[in-house]
Design a protein around this ligand. Structure first.
Ligand code: ADP
Ligand code: MG
Length: 253
């Protein structure tokens, strides 16, 4: 079985990239074949797994716009079982360039059909917007994983995201599911975090992962070393929880 999960929330800084890299690394560590797709022009997932953007020959832009075979855009990472299709700043132009192309929302879906069978999981790190790159991701995906930061206004903007999911379900991808809602950057020292968890659980009920990602400084350090938390500091709390999340994602199948 092979599953494509879009990691999406149009808010920036909620943990999409951290979750893409570390859930991907966690799934690979427990023996799954994983492909990361970086579809955010900032390319943080790309550098987060140690890829130097200057060395990238084909990126997701070439797959979407120049119809390069996705197989020719895949790079391995330091973690066995974890591959990536990187993003470079070139992708910043794609939103505008795609506007005038035929079947612009299904381009990623069509491309991924060529590589899906080689992987157990394909994780797509979405940009912080509900533009055409996120639409491509939701159209290509079997499900969407929504990270929510345990902060004030945690639920703000979510109705917009859920509306977009419904529109995609209606017009572009009738089988799109909600994979799960992930609470991130939880701080056990504040009441606020606990309140947010309760609020999110009331709203999403059993869709909320049991695994909650705490604030962990090692998680924020790892990207500048071009490493996932599992290679950067395997004994950290961050590594422990992302491995736990990987197991939870697998056990939900
Ligand atoms: P997004 O991709 O949604 O914009 P990121 O994953 O890039 O969000 O996270 C935003 C910032 O917060 C980054 O600097 C990241 O290193 C940091 N961060 C994310 N999750 C955690 C965490 N659990 N603990 C500490 N820092 C985190
Ligand atoms: Mg990001």
């Amino acid at each position: 079985m092979s599953k494509i999960i879009a990691i999406a929330n149009q808010k920036g800084g909620v943990g999409k990239t951290t979750t893409s890299v570390n859930l991907g690394a966690g799934l690979a560590t427990i023996g799954k074949k994983v492909l990361l797709i970086d579809i955010d022009p900032q390319g943080n997932t790309t550098s987060g797994v140690g890829i130097n953007k200057a060395d990238v020959e084909n990126c997701i832009y070439d797959v979407l716009i120049n119809e390069v075979n996705p197989k020719d855009a895949i790079s391995p990472t330091e973690i066995e079982g974890l591959d990536i299709i990187p993003a470079t700043i070139q992708l910043a132009g794609a939103e505008i360039e795609l506007v005038s192309t035929v079947s612009r929302e299904v381009r990623l879906k069509k491309s991924l059909e060529q590589v899906k069978r080689f992987y157990d999981y394909i994780l797509i790190d979405c940009p912080p917007s509900l533009g055409i790159l996120t639409l491509n991701s939701l159209t290509a995906a079997d499900s969407v994983l929504i990270p929510i930061q345990c902060e004030y206004y945690a639920l703000e903007g979510l109705s917009q995201l859920l509306n977009t999911v419904r529109l995609v379900q209606k017009h572009l991808n009738t089988s799109l599911q909600i994979e799960g809602v992930l609470l991130t950057m939880f701080d056990a020292r504040t009441n606020l975090g606990i309140q947010v968890i309760e609020e999110v659980k009331k709203y999403f009920q059993q869709k909320v992962y049991k695994t909650v990602i705490p604030r962990n400084v090692r998680l924020s350090e790892a990207p500048s070393h071009g490493q996932s938390i599992i290679t950067y500091d395997p004994r950290s709390k961050g590594a422990e929880v992302y491995l736990e999340l990987a197991k939870e994602v697998v056990s939900n199948e």
